[in-house]
Ligand binder design. Structure first.
Ligand SMILES: Cc1cc2nc3c(=O)[nH]c(=O)nc-3n(C[C@H](O)[C@H](O)[C@H](O)COP(=O)(O)O)c2cc1C
Ligand code: SF4
Length: 432
């Protein structure tokens, strides 16, 4: 329990303290969470806007930048639900990616690449390629509740994925290993394997999504196997000192789903092969309300980080999500429940959040309103912007803005009256 008064000044001290992640020293404990808002070029290289967006957050004082939504296989490039993505799937991209790591380093922050080898149950079948997962289970989007101003008229069930064969699991593993090698060659300081949100690896971790009867299903050890094997293979590739982590859910937040203790048990199996950190994620696409909460500290209130800490000890660092209240995040670090605070939307609303927290200028923070127009833009494939921060999405002044039609679409999609009507119409059509 916290035995110091976690006022603004103490919170600043805790969050400003350095963090050692294996061979990398991070100057403080505030992290830019991964977000696919990078607007790379159509062929998947970093654009001026990609670099300007990341650089701006590094200038705002974060210790670590995690580069979101990056693909490390042609499969992921083809099936991405929010394309184009930054590519790590060919050696030809290494020189361009180096520009990203150089730009972030120049501003004094470290940079990790989040690698997706496949979007699994959330993939989009394209170019004659069907989607793969642990088991043929589609995603009932938002079944467990949707966040503020996000509506899915009629609900939506994704296409049914094929059960991945053992050869396909091994091919996907090889693509992550190659992606990690390229990230290291591009000057990135570490890698995070995306294993959350109904993406490929997450479909193995919970019995709710994994119905296999082979060595990849059933027991905790079996459900951990695919992710454990890929972590071990990446570790063998990048060496003992290079930071390797995963992003995984702490809780399905679904009836009959897996809770924090179950996920933590799976994580403990994966950690044995050389995992440095876990970026904690809450819920998934079936429980979006929990995944993108509207108040600070929900993850701590639900006990996810505490269960992971109990199962893993202090050997694996834990990154807390969705806790922009600096005092709450600092108290959780001080108490030993987590090691760093990782923020996404708050960093869109205020790129200077970190420096303001560390300098005790909390009153100057521009707070995210959790009304999620950024997410609606992502879903509608419009350039992501933030109405609390007119600079967001145009850190490079030449970056293209969304069109008036796209803006109208984003507004309509966030209007509960119009979406209520759309919902009735879609459901009536579905009944016929
Ligand atoms: C626009 C947008 C894009 C996102 N893209 C990614 C992504 O590429 N990878 C990922 O792991 N999470 C992604 N997320 C989820 C965030 O990392 C984070 O888990 C979620 O927003 C909850 O954290 P927050 O409350 O700090 O926003 C995205 C979120 C937003 C709003
Ligand atoms: S648009 Fe901006 S203020 Fe609104 S939820 Fe997204 S980041 Fe927060």
């Amino acid at each position: 329990m916290t035995n110091i008064s976690m006022n603004t000044s103490n919170a600043a001290k805790v969050l400003a303290s350095p963090l050692q992640i294996n061979g990398s020293q991070i100057k403080n404990r505030i992290i830019l969470g991964p977000m696919a808002v990078l607007r790379p070029t159509e062929d998947g290289r970093p654009s001026e806007q990609t670099i300007a967006f990341l650089k701006r957050r590094a200038q705002g004082g974060v210790g670590l930048v995690i580069v979101g939504g990056s693909v490390c296989s042609e499969r992921a490039w083809n099936e991405s639900p929010f394309s184009p993505n930054l590519r790590f799937d060919k050696d030809a991209f290494v020189d361009d990616l180096k520009r990203v790591s150089d730009a972030v380093h120049e501003c004094g922050a470290a940079v990790f690449a989040q690698l997706f080898p496949s979007f699994g149950r959330m993939g989009v079948p394209r170019n004659g390629q069907w989607i793969l997962a642990a088991s043929p289970k589609p995603v009932n989007l938002g079944a467990g509740g949707l966040p503020n101003h996000l509506y899915i008229p009629g609900g939506r069930i994704t296409p049914v994925p094929h059960e991945a064969s053992i050869q396909e699991i091994k091919d996907i593993e090889a693509s992550v290993v190659a992606g990690a090698r390229r990230a290291k060659a591009s000057g990135f300081d570490g890698v995070e394997i995306g294993a959350h949100m109904c993406y490929f690896y997450s479909s193995f971790l919970s019995p709710l999504a994994n119905q296999r009867t082979d060595e990849y299903g059933g027991s905790v050890a079996n459900r951990a196997r695919a992710l454990r094997d890929v972590v071990a293979a990446v570790r063998a590739e990048v060496g003992p000192d290079y930071p390797v982590g995963v992003r995984m859910s702490v809780n399905d937040h679904m009836p009959d789903g897996q809770g924090p203790e179950g996920y933590a048990e799976v994580a403990a199996h994966i950690a044995e092969v050389g995992l440095d950190f876990i970026s904690l994620s809450e819920g998934n696409y079936e429980s979006m309300r929990d995944n993108v909460p509207s108040t600070s500290g929900n993850m701590l209130n639900h006990g996810g980080p505490q269960a992971f800490r109990k199962a893993l000890g202090s050997g694996v660092l834990l990154f807390l999500s969705s806790t922009p209240d600096p005092r709450q995040a600092a108290a959780a670090i001080w108490d030993g429940d987590v090691d760093a605070s990782m923020l996404a939307r708050q960093m869109l609303a205020d790129p200077d959040y970190a420096v303001k927290v560390i300098e005790g200028r909390e009153a100057e923070i521009v707070w995210c309103d959790h009304a999620n127009s950024c997410l609606r833009r992502l879903i509608l494939n419009a350039p992501v912007a933030c109405h609390k921060n007119p600079e967001m999405g145009r850190e490079d002044p030449k970056a293209k803005r969304s069109s008036p039609v796209q803006n109208l679409g984003v507004w309509v999609a966030g209007n509960n009256v119009l979406m209520g009507v759309a919902d009735k119409l879609v459901r009536a059509t579905q009944k016929k």
